[in-house]
Design a protein around this ligand. Sequence first.
Ligand SMILES: [Zn+2]
Length: 259
Amino acid sequence: MLRVNPIKLARYALAGWLPFGRKRCSMCDHAVWRFMPYGKGSAGAPPLMRVLSIVGSDPDHFECPRCGAHDRERHLLMYLDATGMLAGLRGKSVLHFAPEKRLASRILAAGPERYVRCDLYPQSRDVVRVDMLAMDFDAASFDVLIANHVLEHVGDDALALSEIRRVLKPGGHAILQTPYSRALHETWEDPGIANDAARLQAYGQADHVRLYGRDIFDRFASTGLVPRVRAHGELLASVDAILSGVNPDEPFMLFQRAD
Ligand SMILES: [Zn+2]
């Protein structure tokens, strides 16, 4: 039987259903009082993560109490809207890794000609199994590829990025939102950090395999993808990040296959 925590339910109800909330979810367009934290919020993050200026999800303003959309999903939708890329998906072919359910419905509604939702471990019938390290697609198959918070989980990211480049059409775009530390000069990855407890402390989550540093853009570019990264302030200057519950430090991590 499904067990519902009555305290959690009350918190979500107050945050999402009490009228006159000042914040607004870009996904469901409801006014809310607050976005709900991930676990204990930033106070629950490993100590190292609290001091390394991590650009990624905001654990304090994480989940919409109405629709459940996470901050990185809401932010990506705002970026897709602001750049016109969402409307531009009409008639295009799109590959979406670890597809977020609500974002996926918005993409589907935009009318792409082909929309493949995939995951290494698919959990639903709409999602096919694809290994990012060996994609079963011809070269130059897709106009747009989306991997929102995926590459920090992938063992050989250079191979994954070269596969991403291969399956994109020349001129095609990859949206590769990935958490990184603005403090670290170099990406931190060490094979000795080899169990869940160590990965949690070193990389911020037990299922992350590295912590990217500010070399992330060069690292992605070294595989032949051209960075077209744009800052929140450039694309969403009129948006109040606090009222939208998104992290203004997280840029739109757009890359292009030039040829
Ligand atoms: Zn919502």
